[in-house]
Design a protein around this ligand. Structure first.
Ligand SMILES: NC(=O)c1ccc[n+]([C@@H]2O[C@H](COP(=O)([O-])OP(=O)(O)OC[C@H]3O[C@@H](n4cnc5c(N)ncnc54)[C@H](OP(=O)(O)O)[C@@H]3O)[C@@H](O)[C@H]2O)c1
Length: 274
C-alpha cells in the first residue's frame, strides 16, 4: 500500500516515513523542495505546497492513507484552505488520514469531521526534540541551563512515538474518529530534565532558576519578540494539565511502551557534547 506523508522533511514526518518503510509500506513524501528533501532511498518525493491545494492534488492519487500537517509555511500558520485539501484527498480515494495537531483544531480538522474518511487527530504534548533546539548550543558553549519555572512538569513525548502512532493508525486502521493525546511515560520537572540530560552526556549540567523578570530580560537579549516572550511566560508558567498528565495512548496503539526522556537523551547525547 502507498501512504502520503506531508511534513516529511520535518521532525515528526521524517520519522513517520521511516516507520512506514519499516512496516513494509510504500511511501510518497511531499515537500515544497524535493531536491533538498534527503529522504531514505525508495521514498517517492513529490513537489507540493499545502498552501496551494491544487499543487497537492496529484500527490493523493493511488494513496490509501495520508499523514497531514495542519499548517503551511515556516511560521506554522494554519492551512489557508484545509477544506479543499480534504476534498481532494476524498476525491482521490484516500481512506485514512492522520493529522499532526498543533495548538488548536482548524479548518482541516473541521472539514475532516464532516467526511466519512477514517480520520485520527494526534495531539502530542511537548516534543522531547525541542531540547535540541533550545538547549544543545547553550550546553555545548556554556555548560549551564538558566531558565524560569524549574518545577514545571511536562509529560514530554518522544517524536518517534508520535510517528509510530501515526504509522500504526494509517497501516492498521480501526482508529477512525479518534483524537489522541500523546505523552511520554512520565511527567518530569525541568530540573529533573536537566539532570537526566547531564547523566546522558556524562557531565553535570547546573540548573540556575531565573525569576520571570530575569527570563524576560534574557529572552529579549536573545532577540525574541514581545509576543513570543508572552507566549513562553504563559505556556511555561501555566502549563495546562494535559501537558503534564501521562496517558497510555502510545502503548495502547503501538503495543510498545512510550520512550522515556532518559532514552531520548542517550540517543541524542552527542548533540550536547562539545
Ligand atoms: N514542538 C512541539 O513541542 C509541538 C508540540 C505539539 C504539537 N506540535 C505541532 O507539530 C507541528 C510541527 O511538526 P514538526 O516539528 O515535525 O515540523 P517541522 O520539523 O517544523 O517541519 C515542518 C515541515 O512542514 C513542511 N511544510 C511547511 N510548510 C509547508 C507547505 N506550505 N507545504 C508543504 N509542506 C510544508 C516542511 O516541508 P518542506 O520544507 O520540505 O516543504 C517540513 O517538513 C506543528 O503543527 C506544531 O504545532 C509541536
Amino acid at each position: 500500500m502507498t501512504f502520503l506523508v506531508t511534513g516529511a522533511t520535518g521532525t515528526v514526518g521524517r520519522l513517520v516515513v521511516e516507520e512506514l518503510l519499516e512496516a513494509g509500506q510504500r511511501v510518497r513524501a511531499l515537500s515544497r523542495n524535493p531536491a533538498k528533501a534527503a529522504l531514505p532511498e525508495g521514498v517517492e518525493v513529490v513537489a507540493g505546497d499545502l498552501a496551494d491545494p491544487g499543487s497537492v492534488a496529484a500527490a493523493f492519487e493511488g494513496v490509501v492513507g495520508a499523514h497531514l500537517i495542519n499548517f503551511a509555511g515556516d511560521d506554522y500558520a494554519p492551512l489557508p484552505d484545509g477544506a479543499r485539501l480534504v476534498e481532494l484527498a476524498a476525491e482521490a480515494g484516500v481512506r485514512r488520514v492522520t493529522v499532526l495537531g498543533g495548538r488548536a483544531d482548524g479548518p482541516l480538522e473541521q472539514a475532516l469531521a464532516a467526511t466519512d474518511l477514517e480520520w485520527t487527530l494526534l495531539h502530542p504534548v511537548e516534543f522531547m526534540s525541542n531540547t535540541l533546539r533550545w538547549w544543545a548550543h547553550t550546553i555545548r558553549t556554556e555548560g549551564v541551563i538558566k531558565e524560569p519555572f524549574g518545577d514545571r512538569l511536562s509529560a514530554l513525548v518522544h517524536e518517534r512515538d508520535i510517528a509510530a502512532v501515526a504509522a500504526t493508525v494509517l497501516v492498521e486502521g480501526g482508529h477512525g474518529g479518534r483524537e489522541y493525546t500523546l505523552t511520554g511515560p512520565e511527567a518530569i520537572t525541568l530540573r529533573e530534565k536537566v539532570a537526566i540530560l547531564g547523566t546522558a552526556i556524562g557531565t553535570e549540567v547546573p540548573f540556575v532558576e531565573l525569576t520571570v523578570a530575569q527570563a524576560r530580560a534574557k529572552w529579549a537579549a536573545d532577540g525574541m519578540g514581545e509576543q513570543t516572550i508572552e507566549f513562553l511566560v504563559s505556556a511555561l508558567g501555566d502549563t495546562p494539565e494535559i501537558g503534564y498528565t501521562v496517558v497510555p495512548t502510545v502503548r495502547e496503539v503501538t503495543g510498545r511502551d512510550a520512550r522515556s526522556f532518559a532514552q531520548w537523551a542517550s540517543e541524542n547525547a552527542d548533540a550536547f557534547r562539545e
